[in-house]
Ligand binder design. Structure first.
Ligand code: MN3
Length: 244
């Protein structure tokens, strides 16, 4: 797959939004950004949490979720809107912005990534017990050798982020599942900035703001808690979308 095809694939949400502005994305968020935010252009809006702030207790506490969503994600949205205002980015969808952003566009890089990553993250968590489908397990097994190896790699990627960043399960442009990580609010769609490009299938926020109030400095404890609340239905949905 060449770069142009990859941009096209990664930008599917934007294309879908243009061809069906009313209904398609609400039902099938290709980008993982739920509801009308999917494929949206500025001004961007903070999507509501898809569950109560205390729904993930005791794994992730209520106050952390409130501050993380309302204040941190809220600030990324506000700052992104200010940063794109009056620039050529103002007419692009969020996915197109991530595809285009470079080192020069510092505020758009940080806040565009922040908005995308958190919009993807909230629905990837759930209080309801879900399990990976046989199809996903089989894809994971063939990509990593075993489920345990996949989890170990993902844990290592999450623990290995120095300072703030994200661990990812991605589908590469070659349609292979891979584990990677990015610093700060970068993500694998920022293909002018990251070494390992791909469509995010699952992501874990390992900024201290995501866990410090409850887990303090114990990031491994937070990572273990994350596995208790993964919404495997959402992971599956994102994987299916990425494959198309
Ligand atoms: Mn965060």
């Amino acid at each position: 797959m060449d770069k142009r095809e990859f941009i096209k694939l990664a930008g599917l949400a934007g294309v879908a939004a243009l061809s069906n502005p009313s209904g398609l994305l609400a039902a099938t968020p290709v980008s993982g950004i739920t509801g009308k935010t999917g494929g949206a252009k500025a001004p961007f809006e903070l999507p509501p949490l898809p569950y109560a702030a205390d729904a993930l207790e005791p794994n992730i506490d209520k106050l952390t979720m409130e501050i993380h969503h309302d204040k941190h994600h809220g600030a990324y949205v506000k700052n992104l809107n200010e940063a794109v205002n009056g620039t050529t980015f103002a007419s692009l969808t969020l996915e197109q912005i991530l595809n285009k952003v470079t080192e020069k566009d510092k505020a758009i890089r940080n806040n565009g990534g922040g908005h995308y990553n958190h919009s993807l993250f909230w629905p990837l968590l759930s209080a309801e017990k879900t399990a990976p489908s046989d199809k996903l397990k089989s894809a994971i097994n063939s990509a990593f050798g075993s489920w345990d190896t996949f989890q170990q790699k993902f844990n290592d990627a999450a623990k290995g982020v120095f300072g703030s960043g994200w661990a990812w399960l991605i589908l590469t442009p070659e349609k292979k599942l891979a584990v990677t990580s990015t610093p700060n609010q970068d993500n694998p769609l920022m293909h002018q900035l990251v070494k390992e490009r791909g469509i995010p299938v699952m992501g874990l926020d390992v900024w201290e703001h995501a866990y410090y109030l409850k887990h303090q400095n114990r990031r491994p404890e937070y990572i273990a808690a994350f596995w208790n609340v993964v919404n495997w239905n959402e992971v599956q949905k994102r994987y299916d979308m990425a494959l198309k």
